[in-house]
Design a protein around this ligand. Structure first.
Ligand code: IMP
Length: 419
């Protein structure tokens, strides 16, 4: 029996989706992207070899897996051909058997990149032309891949054999009872409809986007897995209720300087900035696409609940739990206070969200490293309690936990959830 699993980011992107996708891909016959473009960045580590992807689904590393760039994606042909050539140099052959690009996907043109570089600073965009390309798509004046590959350029010629009507490829695979993984990029809080507008990306990384972005009807999607970091990060501007320190402080740090013991001590003595710095340094929180330092903060269960609801998440993949080691006390936001009142719901209005003050619950941390933990029972009791509390506060089971970037650093808690 085949299954279609949809994986979405529950926070501001960079939740460690690439690692979860790589884990799921082992048993997937097809991996498809449905939105975004090369603003995304997944790092996958296989046998200590590092692979970075911006457009091609990470299923490309698995022999026999078909990778699909769906109609909802915006494609920069130069970047895509660059990724294909990069993979080919490392011994992976890219053919119509392992990569299909939707003929309806829109193309990012040079003018889109120029416009993004000129106008994207306020939002802190990645400068890849994403917003302007989607603007042209919605304004009905964009260029689709079907038209692009009719041109005579070397990029068009290289991509032409890979361009197909992918809705048909995907629905055929479902009919044939194949395992399909729908891979979301960015995250719920960057969704143009449901995120912290206007500080969002220009597509729908939420579950609904998977149907429109692939042509797979919603009833054919069997399960939704939400990926959450064990804390929160955000790149670019916009509201972030549980942030530790400020965006400016993160920007001004020396990226190369390793974390000092005195800084861990300062964090454990209560300095919020250093708590954030510990998360940033231990989590290596620097953007895959832009190299920018990420803003860091505590896990936000109010936001997580909102994500669970609007994506109809069935289970959670909790990543980077190992990064919390050495912090004596951990915090989880369980409510927001605004103007002296506790809010009943997550506010979708960005300016309201930016004024919310989190109400925290404090939990005990743990000092031991988790990198070598391979089962739930080996986790320190405090880490077990932390996971359990997230399950309670979100009303959603944690199906897997990640304790490091490698494939083996994955603890599966709900085997039946996966393929
Ligand atoms: P754009 O997607 O380049 O238009 O950028 C819009 C906002 O989304 C900016 O705040 C970016 O930092 C953020 N963003 C876009 N892609 C990602 C991602 O893959 N991870 C995290 N943030 C992202």
């Amino acid at each position: 029996m085949g299954k279609t699993i949809l994986l979405v980011g529950g926070q501001f992107g960079d939740e460690g989706k690439g690692k979860c996708i790589d884990f799921l891909t082992e048993k997937a016959d097809v991996v498809a992207r449905f939105q975004g473009g090369n603003n995304a960045g997944h790092t996958v580590i296989v046998k200590s070899e590092k692979f970075k992807f911006h457009l091609i689904p990470s299923g490309i590393l698995h022999k026999g897996t078909l990778n699909v760039i769906g109609n909802g994606v915006v494609v920069d042909p130069k970047v895509l051909v660059g990724e294909i050539e990069g993979l080919e140099k490392r011994g992976f052959k890219i053919t119509p058997n392992n990569l299909a690009i939707s003929s309806s996907a829109h193309v990012i043109l040079l003018k889109h990149i120029d416009e993004d570089l000129q106008t994207g600073q306020k939002i802190g965009t990645t400068g890849r032309g994403i917003g302007p390309a989607y603007t042209d798509k919605i304004a009905r004046k964009g260029m689709r891949m079907s038209a692009f590959v009719e041109q005579n350029s070397p990029y068009a010629q290289r991509l032409k054999p890979l361009v197909k009507e992918t809705y048909s490829v995907l629905n055929d695979a479902i009919k044939k009872k194949k395992n399909i993984l729908l891979e979301g990029a960015q995250g719920t809080m960057l969704d143009v409809d449901h995120g912290t507008y206007p500080y969002v990306t220009s597509s729908n990384p939420t579950a609904g986007g998977a149907s429109t972005g692939t042509g797979i009807g919603p009833r054919k999607i069997n399960a939704v897995l939400g990926v959450f970091k064990a804390y929160t990060t955000r790149v670019g501007s916009g509201p972030f209720p549980t942030e530790l320190g400020t965006e400016m402080q993160a920007k001004n740090e020396d990226m190369k300087k390793p974390l000092q013991p005195a800084e861990i001590q300062a964090a454990n003595e209560g300095s919020e900035y250093y708590q954030g710095k510990v998360l940033r340094k231990q989590g290596m929180e620097y953007g895959t696409t832009t190299g920018r330092p990420r803003r860091t903060g505590w896990f936000d269960a109010v936001m997580a609940n909102y994500s669970v609801i609007i994506n109809s998440m069935d289970a959670i993949a909790l990543t980077k739990l190992d990064v919390l080691s050495h912090l004596k006390k951990l915090r989880i936001a369980k409510a927001y206070r605004l103007g002296g009142k506790i809010l009943p719901n997550f506010p979708t209005d960005g300016s309201m969200l930016s004024k919310c003050v989190p109400v925290y619950e404090e939990m005990k941390g743990w000092s031991q490293p988790l990198e070598n933990v391979s089962s739930f029972s080996q986790l320190p009791s405090e880490a077990k309690a932390y996971i359990k509390r997230i399950e309670e506060l979100t009303n959603t089971p944690v199906a897997m936990v990640s304790v490091g970037p490698g494939r083996s650093q994955t603890i599966v808690l709900k085997k039946n959830f996966f393929f």
